[in-house]
Structure formats: structure tokens, C-alpha cells
Design a protein around this ligand. Sequence first.
Ligand SMILES: [Mg+2]
Length: 372
Amino acid sequence: MSATAISVERILLRRVRIPMREPFRISNGTVSEKESIVIQVQAAGHSGYGEASPMPGSFYSKETPESTWDTLVNDLIPDIFSRTIANPVQYADSLNRFKYECFARAGIEGAVWDLFASLLGTTIRELLGIPHHNIPSGLAVGMFDTVDALLERIEHYLRDGYRRIKIKIAPGWDLEPLTAVRKRFGDIPLMVDANASYELAEHREILRALDRFNLVMIEQPLAADALEDSADLMRSIRTPICLDESADSMESLEEIIRLNAAGIINIKVQRVGGLWNAKLMEGRAREAGLSLWLGTMPELGIASAQALEIASLPGFVYPTDIEASTRWFHDDIVEPQISIGADGCIAIPPMGYRASEEKIERYTLSRKEFQR
Ligand SMILES: [Mg+2]
């Protein structure tokens, strides 16, 4: 890595919005347009791009596009202008003192990794010392009004080559769609994500009944902080429990390990506050004997492409939720667009994906520029 510390000279924040091809509905809300904040940092004639990608509203987490924007403007941009950066790891570590707003931190840290990759003529993956390989991708589908509509959507997207199916469940939408999916698609790898919508005391029998579907895993059945209940559930069912919303930091990962509250962890770069935290958590979880996979919000192409840079880490043994650009969005802001091969894998271009200035401009809603 470069021996010379850099000073970020200029930052451009842009709020972008791209319509989704179909609304994304989970147990606690629906989204039909994708909004992200694109962060462009500049130094020594080079640009680095990052993306902060919270869901609109606050149905997935406390962070919203508005709170993320405010954190960037009021805290993270003044901070980055006040320092020099010797390398992205040092910068990433320094961001952890901002204990909140993981999406804002992930976005600006991604921009700094990309800036160093540009300055050194390499990729983020190479800066992190991670080998290159193709990344198996799984299909994730939201909720629908009818089982027939769900089956129709799955059938439509399976033609693109995805390797497993993940469906969203919630109390009242679980055994019936699962029975229908198993009947229609046979023994294809299948998993469910409940987005924290069940309560152990009330739903233990339903959750136990999920064992009969031979699922790869049940993702986040219980509330994010219900780790003791999750450990209890682990002991009473055969299907592995995966935690997503619960695993938002190294501290919560340690608690999951201590309580034996999960067998599998879904790591989302945005939710854990950046690539470096994600890499450290992958290492810790693997050392503790947990299996992992790489999830997504989903994000637009800049954040997706950066997450793919760490998807080759050895702990990520299940297919990623990162799908083709065209799976969710009418367009994307990277070139080339992310695509799935006939083998169900994402083949990352040797020099990675490039942020498209023309596309970012086309979808910009508002902007603000900052100088050191
Ligand atoms: Mg999830």
C-alpha cells in the first residue's frame, strides 16, 4: 500500500433514485424505488466512489436516507477533511468511534477504499489480499398477495440461473407458501427469512413445523435482541438458524457466539459499517465455527460491487443475496452491470466494476459539494 498519506480535497454527495422493477415487500414494509447516496471523494487527481444505502423510511433499521445524509454532512465529512489517511484500514478503524449510522460509515469508507485502489492502479479486493473467484448467487423474493403470484415470480427468475431460493415469511405467510414452493420446485436449495417477525413464546410450534421443509436455514426468525430465545430455538429445531439483523457489529457477534444463538451469520457490509468491519467479522465468525454468507439491502451497483470484492473470503460458504443489476432495478450506476452467468455465478470483471458518472448524473435528485 502507498507509503504516502493522502488528504481528501473535495467531496461530492449525490442523492440518486432508481425505480424498482417490482416492489420489494418484507414482513415490516414495502419499497418501490431505490434511493442511495453516492459519495465521491477526490485527492491527487483521482476519484473514489462509495454508496450509502439505507432503506427509505425506517422499517428495516433506524437509519434513513435523511439521517445518513446528515451524518455525512455534519460528522464524517468534517472528520475526513481534518485528517490525512495513511491507508484505508487505518481510516476504517477510526470510523468505529462513530458508534451510530453504519450506512454513512460504510459509504464513505467504501469511497476511500476505491480512492486508494484508483491511486494504486488496483482493486479493493487486491488491497485486501482476497483471491478472485466467481460468486454463487441466490434468488431472494419478497412477499406477495397470493401463493400463485409468488410461484410465478420464482419461476420467472429461476430462468436466470440462480442457485437457491430465499423467500420472506411472517406469521400467517409461512407453511402455505413453503408447501407450494416445495411442491412446484422440488428439492431445490430453499431458505426463509422472517425479518424478526416471530416471537418464540407465541410461535414455537410454527417454527418447529418449518423443519419438515428441509430448509437450508431460517434467517432471523426472532427479534434482533432476542439472542437467548434464538439459542433456545436452536436447541429445539433441526434447521440451522441464521442471524442477520442481530449481527450488526463485532460486539453483537461476540454475544451471538457466547450464547450459541446461531449457526450461520448473514454479513451485510452496509449494516456492519463497512468493508473492513465485514472482513473482521467474517474472520471472527469463521474462527468460532460459524458459517456465513454475504447479504444485501439490496443496494445499487457501487455498494454491491464493493461487497462482492470480499465475497471470496473463505467463511462465505452459502450463495450471496447480491443478484443481477436488472433483478431489482430498471438501471444501475456501474459499468458493466452486475450479471449472473448460466452457472448461477457472478463473474466479477478482473478490474472490477466502474461507477458510471453519466448514469449517476442521470438519476441524481440533489447534490452538495464540499471542499477541504
Ligand atoms: Mg435478512
